[in-house]
Design a protein around this ligand. Structure first.
Ligand code: ADP
Length: 592
């Protein structure tokens, strides 16, 4: 029996030493606080265990008292170090930690300072100071380990699989450690062989579980993430049905966060611009954005880490907590793969959006065309009806009508036909302007001559002279298409005559303003209400109601604006209702 205990005991000691070395190496490699704390706990525990064996091994009975006190001391420290480990994963309140530190110091002083030899089999540990010390020891160990186990469990609860499984494993390891303590203590009191063996096995299992929890292997991490990876596969299938960028990112980013076990993730463009952020809490999101330099600094108390990893052609910023298991090569590969799928889905959405925009544009063009055709048809109908009506009357009543009436009717036919012809010309101009086919032959020309000629044309055959020209003698040449400018001047001048009383003059002037010529057409008509002043430059825009006494299509100024602007000029109106309007446009001066 003795020999069996010896063999199992030393095998256990050898395992603890091996695990101590392993945790120290791990701590050095990962450089994390949790790694260091675990190494400290395992090494301390191993020292405590070895200390318990050494006196018997060396056979030094006088040293027993101090060896056994040292061993107890070490055993206080282990729950304390585990408490710190849980604290590193998910911080306790500062006061809780302070109380724990004070308690462990107080009990240590009590045990070490007491003149009791716990190794002496003659000492009655159920009485006196020895009982008090042992009582304190038990209360401390049990309460500290229970607190640690509960803490690990609560840290994992409700978290993604990667974090949950890890924390639950650490919680189970703590429970095993607590049971090891209890069985070891029971073994001291009743001393059956099985209890001693059970205690050793529990210690071994607990230590291995702690190591696995702090530094899980790739296989364990993959297993822990299975649930979320399943969810991720579902999300990726759903991507094929996503139509918009938002939908794609909404479907994938939160799942990716859970797979990794990050507290927040951000989807970044190649240039670092943040498109989407998703966090377990708004604060986690804010902290990530803060770390990425998007906001004013928030005081981040948790020692979390932000890393930016490749995600297809884009990148992901991950804010991980100490509870997040390592994001290693396997995870990076998974993220890169998901990233490529997301990229494809985003490209598909971009195409869809483009298609939608094109369809929308085509629909709009179609609508405008229909509207255009309707208005033109409407505007053609009245002069056409006039022509056919007058022609019919002339035909039926040719002999009854006197000479002057016939002439008037023929004049009407002439002007109506002219209106229809003008409308057709306007419609053709607009079609060419809108398709970009209207060409401008830019060359220096004399604006004075253009204005003069248009005025002459308009007044030829008209009895009264209403147009007053104010042209400076020396004007530089303008640069543009002379024919198109003539069209613009004719339109403005024609409107001024059309929309003002017949006895009111219309003034036209041309002046120089820095590097352009300004042509001004001023009338004393009814003017244009302010809200209509911008509308009149739009297609079919009229200040007066359609079908008003003054016939018009509302196309002239739209054409003027397109032509003036295409040649580098500007056109605008100033008008006071009741007092008249002043239209102005500019044309660049030709450089010498
Ligand atoms: P149209 O004269 O054939 O209706 P325009 O595009 O040339 O088309 O003019 C658009 C609208 O602007 C006119 O219907 C008219 O209401 C208003 N307008 C243009 N010039 C003047 C002006 N000199 N005085 C008052 N209103 C004007």
């Amino acid at each position: 029996m003795e020999t069996a205990i010896y063999v199992i005991g030393w095998a256990n000691n050898a395992l603890l030493v091996a695990l101590s070395v392993l945790t120290v190496l791990l701590a050095r490699r990962t450089g994390t606080r949790t790694g260091r704390l675990l190494a400290a706990a395992v090494v301390t525990f191993t020292i405590g265990t070895l200390t318990g064996w050494l006196p018997w091994a060396v056979g030094e009975t006088t040293a027993h008292e101090w060896f056994s006190k040292g061993r107890l001391l070490v055993q206080f420290l282990v729950p304390y170090l585990l408490l710190r480990l849980a604290h590193a994963f998910d911080p306790f309140r500062t006061t809780t930690m302070r109380i724990a530190t004070a308690a462990v110091i107080a009990i240590s002083v009590l045990v070490v300072g007491m003149p009791v030899n716990f190794a002496d089999p003659e000492v009655d540990i159920t009485r006196g100071v020895a009982a008090v010390a042992l009582g304190a020891y038990i209360v401390w160990v049990v309460s500290a380990l229970v607190a640690v186990a509960v803490r690990f469990r609560s840290t994992g609860r409700g978290q993604p699989g990667a974090i949950r499984s890890r924390m639950y494993l650490l919680s189970a390891a703590t429970v095993a450690m607590l049971l090891a303590y209890i069985t070891a203590f029971a073994a001291v009191v009743v001393e059956p062989f099985t209890l001693q063996v059970a205690s050793m096995l529990l210690v071994a299992a607990s230590t291995i579980a702690f190591v696995a929890g702090v530094a899980p292997t790739t296989t364990m991490r993959l297993r822990w993430r299975r649930e979320e990876e399943h969810e991720l596969r579902g999300a990726i299938t759903a991507l094929m049905a996503a139509d918009t960028r938002e939908e794609v990112l909404d479907t994938v980013i939160p799942t990716v966060r859970r797979v990794v076990g990050a507290s927040a993730v951000a989807f970044l463009h190649g240039d670092g611009a943040i498109e989407r952020v998703d966090g377990s809490t708004p604060r986690a999101e804010a902290l990530l954005l803060d770390a990425l330099g998007d906001r004013a600094t928030i005081d981040a108390t948790a020692p979390d880490q932000v890393s930016v990893v490749p995600f297809g052609a884009s990148r992901l910023a991950l804010r991980t907590t100490p509870a997040t298991p390592l994001v290693g090569d396997v995870e990076l590969e998974l993220l890169a793969w998901v990233g490529s799928v997301v990229e494809l889905a985003l490209a598909r959405c971009a195409h869809l959006a483009e298609d939608r925009a094109v369809t929308e544009r085509l629909r709009e063009v179609d609508r405008l065309k229909n509207e255009f055709v309707q208005i033109v048809a409407h505007d053609l109908r009245s002069p056409m009806a006039a022509v056919s009506g007058l022609a019919g009357t002339l035909h039926d009543r040719w002999d009854d009508l006197d000479h002057d009436t016939k002439l008037t009717m023929l004049d009407h036919i002439g002007s109506s036909t002219q209106r229809m012809a003008d409308l057709v010309v306007d419609v053709l101009d607009i079609a060419r302007i809108e398709s970009g086919e209207l060409r401008y032959d830019l060359a220096p020309f004399d604006m004075r001559a253009v204005v003069q000629q248009v005025a002459d044309d308009l007044e030829t055959g008209v009895g009264t002279v209403r147009i007053r020209l104010a042209l400076e003698d020396e004007l530089p040449l303008a640069l543009g298409d002379e024919r198109r400018h003539r069209q613009v001047v004719a339109n403005l001048l024609g409107n001024a005559l059309k929309y003002s009383p017949e006895d009111e003059p219309v003034r036209v002037s041309v002046a120089v303003d820095t590097d352009s010529l300004v042509v001004e057409v001023r009338d004393h008509g009814d003017g244009i209400a302010e809200d209509a002043q911008s509308r009149i430059f739009e297609k079919f825009g009229r200040a007066v109601e359609r079908g008003d006494a003054t016939p018009g299509s509302g196309l002239g100024l739209y054409i003027c604006k397109a032509m003036v602007e295409a040649q580098g000029g500007r056109i605008w109106v100033e008008s006071t209702p009741g007092a008249g309007s002043t239209f102005r446009f500019t044309a660049p001066i030709a450089s010498h």
